[in-house]
Structures are given as C-alpha cells and as structure tokens.
Write a protein that binds this ligand. Structure first.
Ligand SMILES: Cc1cc2nc3c(=O)[nH]c(=O)nc-3n(C[C@H](O)[C@H](O)[C@H](O)COP(=O)(O)OP(=O)(O)OC[C@H]3O[C@@H](n4cnc5c(N)ncnc54)[C@H](O)[C@@H]3O)c2cc1C
Length: 429
C-alpha cells in the first residue's frame, strides 16, 4: 500500500506549530467502540465528539496527526463549499437533505472556532471573517445570488460593494465580495496537533506510525490490522480524504488527488498590515484557478497555486505567486518566498463531498475539493452522531454509493490539465 508522501513537508506550519503530542505506534490488540482511520481534522473531530459522549474511540494514523491535508493547507476556515451553493445541494439531494447539509456547512467555521475556544487550542486562530471577492465585475451577480441563498438559510453573511471590498483588502483589484464573518484563519498543523491533544485529554487513544493495512469482519464488528497491532471495534470511520490508499476497495479511485503548492513570504514590515489585507480576513476569490491570501502571526503572506506542468515546479510556483502578489498588492513590493511546500487536494467529478456507508458499521468521508478544514470538522461531528446511533434522516450527511472513476490512473495523471479549462472560464463572465 503506498502513501503519497512519507515525511512531513518542510512547511511554514511545521516550522512554527506547537509541539506534536507524544504518541506511539499501536503495538498490541485493543478494543474500542469506534476505530477511526486518519488523524486529520475529520478523524480528530469525530474522536472528540465521540469522547464527549463517553464513547471509546481509537484513532489510527499512518504517519502523525496533521500529516495529510490538515497540516499542509492555507489554514483558511471557510463555511462554504468550493464550487457549490446551497441551491446546488438542494437540487442534488432534495430540499430536506440538501438544506441540512448546507446548514451544516454554513455553521462549520463557527464550530471550528468554538472548539478552539472550548479546548483552549493554541493555533494562532483569527476569527475576523472569510472574504470571497469577485475577480470580474460580471461575477458580482453570482456573488449576490450566493449571499441571498446563504441568508435565506439564516447564515450570517455580508455583501460588500467595490469600495468596501477595497477597504477590507487594501487593493482595488477586485469588484465586490461576499464575507462570512464566522470564517478566519489558523496555523492548520497546530490546529491538528491541538485537536489530537484535546482528544487524548478526553480519553481517546491515538496511534501514529500505524497505517491500517486491512479491515476485516470480526464477530459482529470489525478488526483493523496495523503492522504491529490490531483494533477490534463495533464501528469504523475512514477519514483519509486525499491520502486515501487501497485500504477499502474502490475508495481511492472515487477521488482525484491534485497537487497544490503553498508558500510563505519572508516576514514583511508590520506597518504593511495596515494596507495589505487590513481586515486580516482570509481571502480566496471567485476564480477557478484561485487567488488566495492571508497573513500569518509573524507578518508573512501565505498563498499558493496549482500548476499544469510539473517541470521546474518549485521555481515556477514561486514565480507565479510572486507575480500575483506584485499585481494584487503592489504596496508589498516584491517579497521573497521563504518556503514552498505542497499537498494533495481530493477532487470529485461532481465537486460534492462524498459520504459513504461502505458496509454495516463502516463509514467514510472523502472529496472535500480543497475546502475541508471547517467542512471536515463539521463532518466529524456528524459521523460521531451517526456512530452513536442518530437516524439517517436526522443527519446532515447524504450517504451515497462509492463510484470509482473510470480510467482513474489516467484521469489522475492529467487532472491538472483541467486547470487550463478553469483559467479559460476565469477570463469570462
Ligand atoms: C495545499 C492545500 C491547501 C488547502 N487549503 C485549504 C484551506 O485553506 N482551507 C480549507 O478549508 N481546506 C484547504 N485544503 C483542504 C483541506 O486541507 C482538507 O480538505 C482537509 O485537511 C481534509 O482533512 P481530513 O482530516 O479529511 O484528511 P487529511 O488531513 O488529509 O488526513 C487524512 C489522514 O489519513 C491518514 N491515512 C491515510 N490512509 C491511512 C491508513 N491506511 N491508515 C492510517 N492512516 C491513514 C493520512 O496519513 C492522513 O494524515 C487544502 C488542502 C491542501 C492540500
């Protein structure tokens, strides 16, 4: 079974995060009510919400908490899906289920910051809002519709005109925006490590360097094997997203992993924070080939990009992001990039996150399409409710069958070409 990466990338988060919790590989046979595979935000949130209800959970992680997307991302805490609005969800799943899913998404950023407050999580969390500015004047109609849909669900979102957007972001580059005030940004690796600490404090066992190599039926439940031990549990939650391997037949082939670069600038003069993103919101615009920026606690800008070609990727990614910063925030000068790292996004063909009941007592959540920090946290809470016995109709998760993509290897190899299509769309409307 292969993992996409074997060691933690040399990221800004790895350089500045709180220390990793002291966890060991599983080297015995243990029993649990629920076994969770993957210690990213989804698995850890599931574990916390189970433990809060007195349910015994064990988390098995192939590497260490935050090793996957959860420790590598931009740290934007966003209460929306990447390409879909509430109306897309109701047309996909029907009024009741689609609305329940949309409400869960709309409340997801608040859930993250609520956990941060409740468990005194140290992750440089800033809840000053998430902003999605329109990159062309014609895109404002879609932004207005989006705002109206979220407001109809009772979500607290604002619509900014071009002048208000310029004041919030310190640039006239965009044409208006949607703001979700419950959003914000964090050091994502610190968040993952601190969620692990909180879970351990509630009695959850977490084992790192413990890849699950097989899941088999055992009695009325399941047995999960790792190289040196095993867990038997009534229920299993697979929370492996883009880092899904061949553990469960077909699951890996139902998503397309897409490499995305993240990078930080050298520290910038503190005075620039008054003119570059002065609102300190997390910002990702309406492009398909997203422009996104945020500040760190130590005055660096964090951004990133996806490339179509892999040749000279490191230098080309750095130059692409520098060029964006020069264009969007000319007042920042031309800051050098201090670190560049990467991670895989889990894309789905329908852009929806996928929730699966894989077998009686085994569930999985994959396909967050690059927006899983708040979403995964909220999904974890629902998966915990499901494991405790909530009725399917009381859950916000529409469970669907796993659909492996035809020609998956080929599709994965050429997925980045899709970026060319997105860039073409970005030039219209
Ligand atoms: C570069 C990048 C930037 C992003 N930016 C943002 C952003 O700003 N905001 C946002 O909301 N989202 C963002 N995302 C998406 C977000 O990071 C993910 O959606 C989210 O972290 C998924 O969390 P997860 O817990 O489901 O999975 P992950 O965090 O990927 O965790 C899965 C874990 O499962 C483990 N695993 C896999 N197989 C096994 C096995 N057999 N046994 C044991 N363990 C196993 C892996 O080691 C991994 O640690 C970004 C993603 C990337 C890659």
């Amino acid at each position: 079974m292969t993992m996409l990466h074997q060691s933690m990338p040399d990221s800004h988060w790895a350089a500045t995060a709180v220390a990793a919790p002291d966890i060991r590989p599983l080297d015995e046979t243990v029993q649990a009510d629920v076994a969770i595979v993957g210690a990213g935000v989804t698995g850890l949130s599931t574990a916390i919400h189970l433990a809060e209800q007195g349910v015994r959970a064990v988390v098995l992680e192939a590497q260490e908490p935050g090793f996957g997307g959860s420790g590598r991302n931009n740290g934007q805490i966003i209460p929306t899906l990447s390409r879909l609005d509430p109306a897309n969800l109701t047309s996909a799943y029907g009024e009741e289920t689609g609305t329940a899913l949309a409400r869960m998404v709309g409340g997801s950023a608040e859930l993250v910051f609520d956990l941060i407050r409740r468990y005194q999580i140290r992750c440089d969390g800033v809840q000053k809002g998430w902003i999605q500015p329109a990159h062309r004047p014609g895109r404002m109609a879609a932004v207005e519709k989006r705002v109206a849909q979220w407001r109809a669900l009772g979500a607290e979102v604002d619509l900014l005109d071009a002048g208000q957007t310029e004041r919030a972001l310190g640039t006239g580059f965009w044409h208006g925006a949607m703001v979700a005030p419950t959003g914000g940004h964090v050091n994502p690796l610190s968040l993952a490590r601190e969620l692990a600490r909180a879970a351990i404090g509630l009695g959850v066992r977490i084992h790192g360097a413990s890849p699950v190599t097989a899941i088999d039926r055992a009695g009325g439940g399941w047995r999960l094997a790792t190289p040196q031990g095993s867990v038997t549990a009534d229920r299993v939650v697979l929370a492996t997203n883009a880092y899904t391997d061949g553990l469960w037949p077909g699951l890996r082939r139902s998503i397309v992993p897409v490499l995305n670069f993240q990078m930080v600038t050298e520290p910038l003069p503190a005075r620039l924070r008054d003119s570059v993103l002065p609102s300190d919101m997390a910002c990702s615009d309406t492009r398909g080939d997203l422009y996104f920026f945020r500040w760190t606690a130590d005055n660096r800008l964090v951004s990133g990009c996806t490339l179509v070609r892999s040749a000279n990727a490191d230098s080309r990614a750095r130059e692409r992001v520098r060029e964006r910063i020069r264009r969007v925030f000319p007042q920042a000068g031309d800051p050098a990039i201090a670190r560049n790292w990467s991670g895989h996004l889990a894309m789905t063909a329908d852009f929806r996150p996928h929730f699966h009941e894989l077998a009686p007592g085994v569930v999985g959540a994959v396909g967050y399409n690059g927006r899983g920090m708040a979403l995964g946290t909220a999904v974890g809470r629902e998966l915990a409710r499901q494991a405790i016995g909530a009725r399917p109709r009381d859950l916000a998760l529409p469970f669907t069958a796993v659909k492996p993509l035809p020609f998956h290897d080929l599709v994965s190899r050429f997925a980045r070409l899709y970026m060319l299509h997105l860039r073409r769309l970005d030039r219209t409307g």
